[in-house]
Ligand binder design. Structure first.
Ligand code: HEC
Length: 154
């Protein structure tokens, strides 16, 4: 290996290391995952969605179906990775994202959010945040998820 080669490698290494440090500093600047109340910059759903209420009952079957999607046991992205198994916003990926994943156990925030808002964000994701869209889920599957997410702040 010639000298310029290893100098280049060293420079590249230093470059990636500094990028990683900057990313870490930015993530650390936001409060820890799971705060209550937490900063919420989420886009508001269109009015026709906000007016919708959950057509499914809060029955054990509906809630269990929602839980299966939430934990990734169906065709859904595992919501638990970010929102945590307890819905507290402390999933194992949570500290990587700013803004932080929503803490569903936080009544102060959740009681202000209409069903139609939760439905719309689950379906379309949150622009400028890590919250991914779930366009492949049926309306029924999304309403099941909304029912399940509500159980964390009951
Ligand atoms: C990769 C991480 C990640 C995954 C996976 C994820 N979310 Fe999120 N979620 C977020 C983040 C980050 C936010 C906060 C978005 C914001 O502040 O705009 C959020 C916000 C939300 C909100 C709050 C919407 C609001 O108006 O405040 C709901 C509801 C939600 N997610 C449900 C889900 C469901 C259900 C799933 C699984 C289908 C899921 N999320 C998967 C990261 C994720």
């Amino acid at each position: 290996m010639s000298a310029p080669d290893s100098r280049q490698k060293l420079l590249a290494h230093a470059f990636w290391l500094s990028l990683a440090l900057i990313a870490q500093t930015v993530a650390a600047a936001d409060p820890a995952p799971g705060e209550c109340p937490q900063r919420r910059v989420t886009v508001k759903a269109p009015p026709e969605y906000l007016a919708r209420t959950n057509p499914l009952p809060a029955s054990p079957e509906v809630i269990q179906a929602g839980e299966r999607s939430f934990t990734g046991k169906s065709k859904s992205v595992p919501c638990v990775f970010c929102h945590g198994a307890k819905g507290d916003g402390k999933g194992y990926l949570a500290s990587q994202y700013v803004p932080r994943p929503r803490n569903f156990t936080c009544k102060e925030i959740m009681s202000e959010l209409p069903d139609g808002q939760l439905f719309w964000i689950i379906q379309n994701g949150s622009p400028d945040a890590a919250m991914p869209p779930a366009k492949h889920l049926s309306d029924e599957e999304i309403w099941q998820l909304v029912r399940y997410v509500r159980t964390f702040s009951r």
